[in-house]
Design a protein around this ligand. Structure first.
Ligand code: PMP
Length: 372
């Protein structure tokens, strides 16, 4: 059996240790004589799995007690609608930072629901090559919350700061605070996080959390009572929270695997500070290799470069197909850039080992020598 290095943007690489454990527990979970996949979500065995996963996530991210953690479904995309439904019960307009494709999708869904939104800052003007600076962010007088995408998975653009002040959330022009909402799908758990800065954090699981089919939402409890009356009940953070995320059948196996990933982060990696250092090293060496080469280029401004998704282009695009074919033959999978932008993209999520990055850098240098 050979496991290749997988640079997919999502569903993404999972830690081999997690897959091995899932394999060992597949047919007979801890002597119960059945698989986790076959258990009732209300069985004591599964409830224990679910509670342990939440406890481990709370420990990893040091989530304060006044936050609820939800394990829900519908992808991060469903949260593009769920957020405005949950937060706009008292009116006001959603405010957004626009840094690329995923921000725009979130904006479009909010617009679909409420008609009008305010874009408080945008990187459109620089071709989404640098995140807006804090002082460029201007909320509307009627802002209900500020939404941003911490890491643009396709563009490879990542915030190097949390919008708003340390003392509270972002502020309207009159100085009053609004909750900060963050799509953290492709950067959650890549390092330590001050959760107290946020009103709502959500993330699709299929990058740094586990398999697809699960979404983690972390919501401050004072925001549970601000939903619109016409909200479909399954969208509701309060409803989900009161039911322990079991309003209906949850994505039990993905939840279990997420729990194994959290345990791996704690036990094998040593927590998020250690993960942070490893991720910084992986990204730094790949960007350095790109910057020093004559064949490869990354368009993002220093300081806004994503640690998780590294897009790059070849100076001669006619070499793209050969690059991808040879990379795949060398066991380096899924380096093709998103269909909307082309070029290449190497996703360096938590489960992508440093050895994978070393192998990619060596391959890129060799390819450049032969073909560049
Ligand atoms: N937001 C971001 C930043 C993403 O990267 C993605 C998926 N790549 C999504 C939202 C949408 O996630 P899903 O496919 O789970 O709806």
């Amino acid at each position: 059996m050979t496991r290749h290095y997988n640079f997919c943007a999502g569903p993404a690489a999972l830690p081999a240790a997690v897959l091995e454990r899932a394999r060992d527990e597949m047919l007979d979970y801890q002597g119960r004589g059945l698989s986790v996949m076959e258990m009732s979500h209300r069985s004591p065995e599964f409830v224990a799995i679910a509670e342990q996963a939440e406890a481990d996530l709370r420990e990893l991210l040091a989530i304060p007690d006044n936050y609820r953690v939800l394990f829900t479904q519908g992808g991060a995309s469903l949260q593009f609608s769920a957020v405005p439904y949950n937060l706009l019960g008292q009116g006001g307009r959603p405010n957004f930072l626009n840094t690329g494709i995923w921000s725009k999708k979130a904006i479009a869904e909010a617009r679909h629901l409420v008609g009008d939104v305010h874009v408080a800052a945008s990187s459109e003007g620089n071709g989404h090559s640098a995140v807006p600076r804090q002082e460029e962010v201007v909320l509307s007088d009627d802002a209900a919350y500020l939404h941003y995408t911490a890491n643009e998975t396709i563009g490879g653009l990542e915030f190097d700061y949390i919008p708003g002040s340390k003392e509270g959330g972002p502020r309207r022009p009159d100085g009053t605070e609004v909750p900060l909402v963050c799509d953290m799908s492709s950067s959650i758990l890549s390092g330590p996080l001050d959760v107290s800065r946020f009103g709502v954090i959500y993330a699709g699981a299929q990058k740094n959390i586990g398999p697809a089919g699960l979404v983690v939402v972390i919501v401050r409890d004072d925001l549970l009572d601000q939903a619109r009356g016409d909200m479909p009940s399954l969208f509701g953070y309060k409803t989900l929270s009161e039911a322990g995320s079991m309003v209906n059948t949850p994505a039990t196996y993905s939840w279990y695997l997420a729990g194994l990933v959290f345990d791996w982060l704690k036990s094998d990696i040593g927590g998020l500070a250690a993960m942070d250092a490893l991720n910084a090293r992986k990204a730094a060496k790949l960007y350095a290799a790109i910057d020093e080469s004559g064949l490869y280029a990354n368009p993002i401004t220093l300081g806004s470069r994503s640690r998780m998704n590294v897009p790059f282009v070849l100076a001669d695009a006619s070499l793209d197909a050969a690059f991808l074919a040879e990379a795949e033959a060398a066991g380096l999978l899924n380096l093709k850039g998103h269909r909307s932008v082309g070029g290449m993209r190497a996703s360096l999520y938590n489960a992508v080992p440093e050895a994978a990055v070393d192998a990619l850098i060596a391959f890129m240098a060799d390819f450049e020598k032969r073909r560049g």
